[in-house]
Design a protein around this ligand. Structure first.
Ligand SMILES: [Zn+2]
Length: 239
């Protein structure tokens, strides 16, 4: 799988993936048009498919103009029909999605919002989690519940440690500071906070991460139960 990662808007990540055999290209979400076009041009790719993770405007705003320009097919969560009305296909838990010879399992991962899905490419060990999980953090609970988000995060945590995780935003510095606040005596978190500070001041992306790195430093994955997870999510809102 070829992957091109770039910034959109202020802190949204745009991602393009390409099947090297067939040359088919998919965007994970469509936060904005111009940066996606620029990334396609840079690689000499065209856009065949848009894989939508959830309904929020900063993930879907670029869909209509990209479809108009490239004729891309849109695959969206079944529960986001109202916000993504003209998708070519609506998918849910248990469905599979093909990008050429690359195949993703669709996971229902509610909690940030009810419609949220993730795309897991098991053979490549890559998962696109949108706003469910962030580097050293997780999404806010909007029209769903902390219990649902906890379950979604715990499910992602069952994947192999080497799994590469691509998320929807660059929130890592704030997340790392929060993790250090929750677990001040965790040396892995202290070390990663330092590394993140250096990366961000050099303008580097902290995405992708790996599940192994998250298991040792993400206090939301590390919460011992749903109640502790919910309390941490609540505390992060005002941190
Ligand atoms: Zn969102």
């Amino acid at each position: 799988m070829d992957i091109e990662l770039f910034m959109c808007r202020t802190d949204n990540y745009g991602v393009l993936i390409r099947d090297p055999v067939t040359g088919l290209v998919a965007a994970i979400d469509a936060p904005d048009v111009a940066p996606i076009e620029a990334a396609l041009t840079k690689r000499g790719w065209k856009l065949d498919i848009i894989l939508v993770t959830h309904k929020h405007f900063d993930h879907v705003e670029g869909i209509a103009p990209l479809v108009a320009k490239y004729g891309a097919k849109v695959i969206a969560p079944v529960l986001a029909k109202a916000e993504v009305p003209n998708a070519d296909r609506y998918v849910d838990e248990g469905d599979t999605v093909d990008v050429g010879l690359l195949r993703a399992d669709v996971w229902a991962t509610p909690g940030h919002c009810v419609d949220h899905i993730s795309y897991h490419f098991a053979r490549e060990q890559v998962i696109f989690v949108g706003d469910v999980l962030f580097v050293m953090g997780c999404g806010r609970v909007l029209d769903s519940t902390a219990a649902a988000l906890h379950q979604s995060v715990q499910r992602i945590a069952t994947l192999p440690d080497a799994t590469q995780i691509y998320c929807g935003h660059e929130y890592t510095l704030s997340n790392a500071k929060f993790c250090a606040h929750i677990e001040p005596d965790n040396p892995a978190i202290a070390m990663r906070l330092k590394a993140v500070e250096a990366m961000r001041s050099a303008g580097q992306f902290t995405v992708p991460t790996t599940l192994g790195a998250e298991k040792s430093t993400n206090v939301f994955i590390r919460a011992k139960d749903a109640a502790e997870f919910a309390a941490r999510r609540e505390a992060k809102n005002t941190f």
